[in-house]
Design a protein around this ligand. Structure first.
Ligand SMILES: NC(=O)c1ccc[n+]([C@@H]2O[C@H](COP(=O)([O-])OP(=O)(O)OC[C@H]3O[C@@H](n4cnc5c(N)ncnc54)[C@H](OP(=O)(O)O)[C@@H]3O)[C@@H](O)[C@H]2O)c1
Length: 245
């Protein structure tokens, strides 16, 4: 897969799905900027694994709910890498920051969800695209599409709305950036091992895992961060240049 020498930034790649994406891209020769919020040690571990693939790597701290931090993140990227080919918007705050049903949610919790997804994607896509070459750029948002579809998962109201807004933004940016040969897409994983799901109470995690193994997914297993990394890699191939929106 001809991705050697490209440059990528993956938000929230200190751990979980973001780490899986960073490692799969590094494995394919992509130079990677590992982004984190508070867990510097996890980011260092990801970065060490990136370097072990023989590619360039840096780590960048930023709170993606803060516009100034997003600007600082892209300024640093420009200074260190000088260009960007792949941007993956993956970071998401801990459940405690936003997990409340509609009648109880506070404005701060609502903002944590919307700012980390919709606002962060808007500002990041605006900042990332000028650093991309005129053909071959890739912007990918990690979503959870079922989350806002039915309203049944009540405490997910803010994140469901935030992911839906981000999904809509992806379509608008796909049109805006299509003329420059930059594709903009969403990947919507199901419950993924070795991520936030693994931090649920053990019995809840086991119930989700068993459900997947009993046939909820055709593969009879949960997906992994590496599976999502492979999906990102496929969308980054030259042959995916007509897949957008
Ligand atoms: N896990 C699943 O089953 C699943 C399913 C579908 C979709 N998704 C989506 O996949 C993405 C990753 O999920 P995950 O489970 O891998 O997450 P995770 O393990 O909880 O990791 C979250 C990442 O986001 C970073 N982060 C948290 N708050 C932030 C903030 N305010 N500003 C910047 N970065 C921040 C964290 O940095 P620190 O390490 O520094 O805290 C970490 O790198 C999310 O968008 C999620 O909605 C997940």
């Amino acid at each position: 897969m001809a991705l050697q020498g490209k440059y990528a930034l993956i938000t929230g790649s200190s751990r979980g799905i973001g780490r899986g994406i960073a490692l799969k891209l590094a494995e394919r020769g992509v130079n990677v900027a590992v982004h984190y919020h508070t867990q510097a040690e996890s980011a260092r571990e990801t970065l060490a694994q990136v370097h072990a693939q023989g590619v360039k790597g840096i780590s960048i701290q930023a709170d993606v709910t803060r516009p100034d931090d997003i600007n600082r993140m892209f300024d640093r990227l420009k200074r260190e890498f000088g260009r960007l080919d792949i941007f993956v918007s993956n970071a998401r705050p801990e459940l405690a920051a936003f997990y409340q049903p509609p009648m109880d949610i506070t404005l701060d919790q609502w903002n944590a969800a919307l700012d980390s997804q919709a606002q962060a994607f808007l500002l990041s896509a605006q900042a990332a695209s000028p650093l991309m070459p005129d053909s071959g750029g890739r912007i990918i948002a990690i979503s959870y599409s079922p989350s806002g579809r039915t309203g049944s998962w009540q405490p997910w109201v803010a994140m469901g709305a935030a992911k839906a807004a981000q999904d809509a933004l992806v379509r608008y940016f796909a049109v805006a950036l299509g003329r420059r040969g930059i594709t903009v897409n969403v990947i919507s994983p199901g419950a993924t091992d070795d991520s936030v799901v693994g931090r649920l109470p053990a019995e809840v995690f086991q119930a989700i895992k068993s459900w997947h193994e009993s046939g909820w997914t055709p593969m009879r297993r949960m997906g992994t961060p590496a599976d999502v990394g492979n999906a990102v890699s496929l969308l980054c191939m030259d042959e995916a240049s007509f897949i957008t929106g």
